[in-house]
Design a protein around this ligand. Structure first.
Ligand SMILES: CC(C)(COP(=O)(O)OP(=O)(O)OC[C@H]1O[C@@H](n2cnc3c(N)ncnc32)[C@H](O)[C@@H]1OP(=O)(O)O)[C@@H](O)C(=O)NCCC(=O)NCCS
Length: 181
């Protein structure tokens, strides 16, 4: 597998963004399968546009040159600490793409933005694959929000938050959270 990233052009790529997000299921997101109209509204609102948000296509060259298999968005990047939204198309999940993509995207964003000191991501407690992906890419669990994730028609679930420090990314270290202090 050879992963590459390319910046999303929210105008030229609008149809492909709508297709990816409306034809796949995202069981751990609040909107599990958004409609085409909902995604179009997100595109128009600037959810995939700079300078606040930076979106990248995830491409797997082993399938075909420039073949798009997912999307990673760094949201609110201008606020100082971007928040990750990583989505692999259903047909391509579970074969290492998420892990490889988060590693590559983290490096890409730290290199492109020397002002960033950390990158964050959160997910639902039972999103085992995403939690494995965070850990594999050097992210550390920093928070556990009990009943912090609303689920429509059901009791809320816990949420967990992870982050990576630029210093850990640079040095290949894992700085633990000083829980005892
Ligand atoms: C979460 C997601 C990005 C992970 O990417 P992926 O390419 O499917 O995951 P990978 O193949 O890289 O696997 C990473 C790890 O998760 C494990 N894993 C994969 N699918 C799993 C599943 N359904 N249940 C439990 N573990 C799973 C793998 O075994 C691997 O574990 P390892 O590190 O011990 O080897 C992807 O499944 C996805 O897009 N899901 C829907 C969107 C989503 O929930 N995004 C998270 C929001 S930030």
């Amino acid at each position: 597998m050879t992963i590459t990233l390319s910046r999303v052009d929210p105008v030229a790529d609008a149809a492909e963004l709508i297709a990816l997000l409306s034809t796949n299921r995202f069981p751990f997101h609040s909107s599990v399968q958004p409609t085409r109209e909902e995604v179009a509204r997100r595109v128009a609102r600037g959810d995939f546009s700079g300078p606040a948000n930076e979106a990248y296509w995830i491409q797997d060259a082993s399938i075909g040159e420039g073949h798009r298999v997912g999307l990673i968005v760094f949201e609110e990047i201008t606020d100082g600490t971007p928040l990750i939204d990583l989505r692999i198309a259903e047909a391509h999940r579970g074969r290492g793409l998420g892990r490889a993509a988060l590693r590559l995207a983290t490096a890409t964003v730290f290199r492109a933005h020397p002002e960033l000191n950390r990158i964050e991501g959160n997910t639902r407690i039972d999103n085992a694959a995403m939690r494995r992906v965070f850990t594999a890419a050097g992210y550390v669990k920093e928070a556990h929000y009990r009943e912090g994730w609303p689920v429509a028609g059901k009791p809320p679930l816990d949420a967990v938050a992870y982050a990576i420090l630029r210093s850990d990314w640079t040095e290949g270290t894992i700085t633990p959270v000083p829980w005892a202090t």
